[in-house]
Design a protein around this ligand. Sequence first.
Ligand SMILES: [Zn+2]
Length: 582
Amino acid sequence: MRYSKAFIPTLKEVPKDATTPSHVLLLRGGFVRMVGAGIYEMLPLGRRVLSKIERTVRREMDDAGAQEVLMPALLPAEYFQETGRYDSFGGALFRLKDRKGAEYNLGPTHEEIITDMVRRDVKSYRQLPLNLYQIQMKFRDEPRPRAGILRCREFLMKDAYSFDVDEAHALESYAVMREAYHRIFKQLGLDYRVVAADSGAMGGSTSAEFQVLVQTGEDSLVVCSSCDYAANVEVAETTLPTDASSADETPDATKVHTPGVGSIADVVAFLTPTLPGISPARMLKSLLYTADERVVMAVVRGDDDVNEIRLARALGVSEVVLASAEDVRKATGAQVGFAGPVGFEGEIVLDPAAAAVADAVIGANETDHHLAHVRHGRDFEGRVASIRMVKEGDPCPSCGAELRSFRGIEGGHVFVLGTHYSAKMGATFLDPEGEEKPLVMGCYGIGVSRLMAAAIEQHHDDDGILWPMSIAPYQVILTPLGKEAGPLQAAESLYDELRALGVEALLDDRAERPGVKFKDADLLGIPLRVTIGQRGLDAGMLELKRRDAKEAEKVPLAETAARVATWVTGLGGELSPRRARA
Ligand SMILES: [Zn+2]
């Protein structure tokens, strides 16, 4: 492509409301434009990147034995009504009516439609297993669309659905998809981890998220620094931290006056002169929650946080809600910041790490007062259960190495559905004995347009994008410099040579200053750049530079095209068959 003919409307200014790197750079680089809140169009460069992601996904799905279909986005309401999701999907479902008043919804996902497709024509175990997928726009009415194409209301997704005769075979289909996902994420050049979600009802791990590791993601993860353990912090396994404050003897509990200091940090600072050795790890943090009408006290070490999912599980309730300031006053007789387990009348749940602190400082259930030298088992009782949030530096539950905190973008999800949809929709088959059974399903999603943004979140610097070679809109940009005819002529013939080799090249034939051309090349993130200046030409040399390298390499003119082609394939790019064109 010649830059002078290309539609690449770059922006100099950072657009308002764009804060995440991918949002800013996709707009600035002229890859996408916003049409409405959470609705984007792909400009030529954006379309090229998206097509490459689709190509990788499609190839791996096909290789894994899945067959591509295309379901409608406009769905008669009866399908979602059949499973109850027409109502249970809530506000996220786009609902509409046709001219006759019939109800429809836009597809947020396609379990009902695919289940219907299969129940019509699959009747026998001989027709199984079956895995069908599509790459298609999905619609969800997000309450707060944000971060450009990371979280929007219309987005491109690959969704696959497997159908098997029983659980064992469904797990095999699931394993095949999981392996295909590994190949896809690797080929896309993404640093990712597979994060186990909750184990399903069928036993074993039947659900996993493919999380792209970035600084800006929505999900909080802990990732082992040594093995491949990774988990969402909310479900991560906890381990008992070593107790830094063990004491054989604990002095008698003593009330101390702590006027106006309620937070852990303030109390530590205030007490340090009178209580040497006080630290957040020797404080106990007492938080009040409402759980099914009752008020419960959760106690963790001062340097820990309560994992509310674990607390709810320990209490056998579906969720816990932090108590209001008024409820705290009612339950403890003190203001927020001074609650503590000694003398507390309600149920107390205590983390093992908190229980191990032998000489603790706690709130006294009296405004402006704390108790020092408190010991669990002597001064108060509480049920011990693991309720702390895993954090950076904790030992890995698999190998003991340090866990690191990351944020992640969920780029893919593999999931064994079981018979949830098939049972509701009567999607059955006859087994070899002639017995009618529900199909056992799995579903497998990849956020295709979201991965485009995730790739940028992971690969960018202050100057612009650094596309992985496999998904770059062009593999090399040719930058002739100066006003003389020589460099442009040399660039033209190199351009033809590269195209003959199947390299996707962008020829910057614009009459712009070198600084402008270099800035745009960096912004667009083309992985390789060939600089063609008159002085170099006189010496028979061109400059070849990787977008992610500081220094350029000098390459003989005659060898440049072959060298570029080698770099493209070496960095995971593909050479396309030559397109004959004048
Ligand atoms: Zn580990």
